[in-house]
Design a protein around this ligand. Sequence first.
Ligand SMILES: C[S@@+](CC[C@H](N)C(=O)[O-])C[C@H]1O[C@@H](n2cnc3c(N)ncnc32)[C@H](O)[C@@H]1O
Length: 266
Amino acid sequence: MDPPCSLYLVGIGPGDPAYLAPAARRALDTCNDWVAYRLYLDLLGPLGDGKQHHDLPLGEEIERARLALKLTLEGRSTALISSGDIGIYAMATLVFELLEGEFSEQANHIQIEVVPGISAVQMAAARAGAPLGHDFCTISLSDLLTPWETIETRLHAAGQGDFVTAFYNPVSRQRDWQLAHAKKVLLDYRPASTPVVIARNLGRDDEKVSFTTLAELDPQRVDMLTLVLVGNSESRMLDNGRWVYTPRGYRKKLNANTALPSEARP
Ligand SMILES: C[S@@+](CC[C@H](N)C(=O)[O-])C[C@H]1O[C@@H](n2cnc3c(N)ncnc32)[C@H](O)[C@@H]1O
């Protein structure tokens, strides 16, 4: 029997190739066929010269995953590409669903390699300072695939647990009320002055990162190319809005000038 063919599931980071992991670059170099949404191929620029591009539009995610599997089964070295991390609200999960379903009989002939990338939440955090210094969660506000009741339950859980909360897919052309609702839920649990980071087009030419507070968060300023990061009840804005960070409890230690317990050492 022929050896299994490799399908690389590659996260390319937020945009700028400077944030493309070396392992992702190697996987992209290895593969002749690149399957992706056009914007991601554009972000990769000259790295894609000489590659066979398959750019299916937004909304055709299932077709994109199917095509990547079919190309792989034809023996072509194939990369399926997503921005950020391909396992975070992205294509990797769809590939595994297809492998469990309509491709189950061929699954043994395909070897999957998942190559991680820097997700939008990490890039936003790096631009902002250190807002993820304590426990955090991410919530996608898209109710296209997830019932709103589920999302609402998770919003309350994030509020009750006082998690720093990153909102992916905060709004889109068809969805304009979910972020306002999420804001209202979190305001039940944390102060109006809670810092919020609004990060748009991270790692791309027109990147814009701004800070506001939970009470002043204006959903009209947010679009689908934006990640919204809400601090927890202890997150702080420094330097008149230059940085946001979430303390992890070092202050007591710093004041007491004592050694940290081993599990708290960075
Ligand atoms: C379908 S999710 C894809 C997430 C991606 N796989 C990741 O790990 O970053 C799309 C959402 O991610 C966020 N996002 C992705 N790339 C971004 C970027 N460069 N700047 C800001 N937000 C981004 C936005 O909230 C957008 O609506």
